[in-house]
Design a protein around this ligand. Structure first.
Ligand code: ZN
Length: 433
């Protein structure tokens, strides 16, 4: 199918160009540029009414749940949240039920996703010290591997021989090891740390673990990615190592835009792992993103049921996917972030690092994963606008701009006027190149 989008603004060579057109020969972009009013054959013609047409965001850190955790989220509600948030490709984390840890688990998850995803999904798997198992997972389509380091710690010490076996193995397979590089902290422990002004202790742990892992990655030439880094010193450390190690790092939107003062009002609804930091830390992290010291911005979309957030030991995690583009574009509109930086760090670069071929930019021959963004339309954030099963948000009450009024995935419109029109199956399972 051939779709012609007229009257859009495109961001080309570092500036916004008015009165453009873009032609989609699904699933690819076949042409774009300034509209000279020529008649063009197409099946569908739409007007973007002067709005910005941007590449869809690529979110490398998402928990889509489904299977045994479908009561929290499923492939449909998770990817519907993504496309309403301007996110067209995501990487799914492996802490599922069952965990994505064996080739048959991975194959089953891929099979279940087919026909039910509105955005493209790549699957990260749990790594093993057994190279042959990692190798089979890589052959089966594991786009990356994800390690929760607290699962490999004993009395505060990381199992370094195990981490070394994993990194040696993944280095041979040329796959990225994504790291959740923190210890677990319960909600009551977080409140105690904040109250006694000892939250900085968690930063010491994060940086110490990152340092141990970077040293091993350096020895084996392994690729490592640090998820949701929350401490400026860890960001500096990883940047210092970039000359010797193929390392990347991400910040999560909530760690740069929110701080732990909101725990007073929102309580466990703002509980997340790693926990929110102080206002000054959040500001410094934001500034490091602005200055190019952070590789990606991610949602760490981690939905839970309300009874789990309100229970005795509240689960950490926030459902952020649907707010991604508006959160970032609001910062662009306020002049706090450059549009070019957002497109690079929230789309082009994650696509490149995780090997998502022909995605993350508007280029002829690339997949038509696109978002039409309305910079004038306001989005008042309330839990009940979320299509996620998790009806809570730490951004409750915020007014954002940059609403994704249309989203195209592989050339098919899946969100029209901020309403899901896709049937599921427009997104594909992303395979490593
Ligand atoms: Zn996560």
């Amino acid at each position: 199918m051939r779709t012609l989008i007229r009257d859009c603004r495109l961001y080309l060579n570092g500036k916004i160009v008015e009165n453009c057109l873009l032609v989609i020969d699904a699933p690819l972009i076949s042409d774009f540029g300034v509209d000279h009013g020529l008649q063009l054959a197409c099946d569908v013609e739409v007007s973007a009414k002067g709005r910005l047409l941007l590449p869809g965001l690529v979110d490398p850190h998402v928990h889509l749940r489904d299977q045994g955790l479908s009561y929290k989220e499923d492939f449909w509600t998770g990817t519907a949240s993504a496309v309403l948030g301007g996110v067209t490709s995501v990487i799914d984390m492996p802490n599922n039920l069952p965990p994505t840890a064996t080739p048959s688990d991975l194959a089953e998850r891929m099979e279940l996703a087919k026909g039910r995803i509105l955005a493209n999904v790549g699957f990260a798997c749990k790594p093993s010290p057994d190279h042959s198992l990692n190798s089979k997972l890589a052959e089966g389509g594991a786009i990356a591997f994800k390690m929760f380091v607290y699962e490999h710690m004993d009395r505060g010490r990381l199992d370094l021989p195990l981490v070394e076996r994993v990194l040696e193995s993944l280095s041979k397979l040329d796959r990225v090891l994504m790291l959740h590089c923190n210890v677990k902290t319960s909600f009551s422990e977080v409140l105690d740390l904040v109250k006694s002004r000892r939250a900085f202790k968690l930063c010491r742990v994060e940086k110490g673990l990152a340092e141990e892992i970077l040293a091993i990655a350096r020895k084996h030439g392994a690729r490592v990615h640090f998820c949701h880094v929350t401490c400026p010193r860890t960001v500096e450390l990883i940047n210092d190592y970039k000359g010797f190690v193929r390392a990347t790092l991400e910040v999560a939107v909530h760690h740069i835009l929110l701080d732990h003062s909101i725990l007073n009002g929102l309580g466990p609804m703002a509980h997340v792992d790693p926990p929110l930091r102080s206002r000054s830390t959040a500001r410094r992290l934001f500034d490091m993103l602005r200055r190019g010291m952070v590789d990606f911005v991610a949602s760490d979309h981690a939905p839970h049921a309300l009874f789990e957030k309100e229970g005795e030991d509240p689960k950490p995690g926030l459902p952020n996917l649907q707010l991604m583009m508006p959160l970032l574009m609001t910062q662009v509109k306020r002049g706090r972030l450059d549009l070019s930086l957002v497109l690079e760090r929230a789309s082009a670069r994650p696509a490149k690092v995780f090997g998502l071929r022909k995605r993350g930019a508007i280029v002829k021959g690339y997949y038509a994963d696109l978002v039409e963004v309305d910079l004038k339309r306001r989005l008042k954030v309330r839990s009940d606008i979320l299509v996620s099963k998790a009806k809570y948000t730490p951004f409750e009450g915020a007014t954002l701009v940059g609403v994704p009024v249309r989203t195209y995935v592989n050339g098919v419109c899946v969100n029209d006027d901020y309403t899901i029109v896709g049937k599921g199956g427009e997104g594909v399972v992303l395979m490593p190149r």
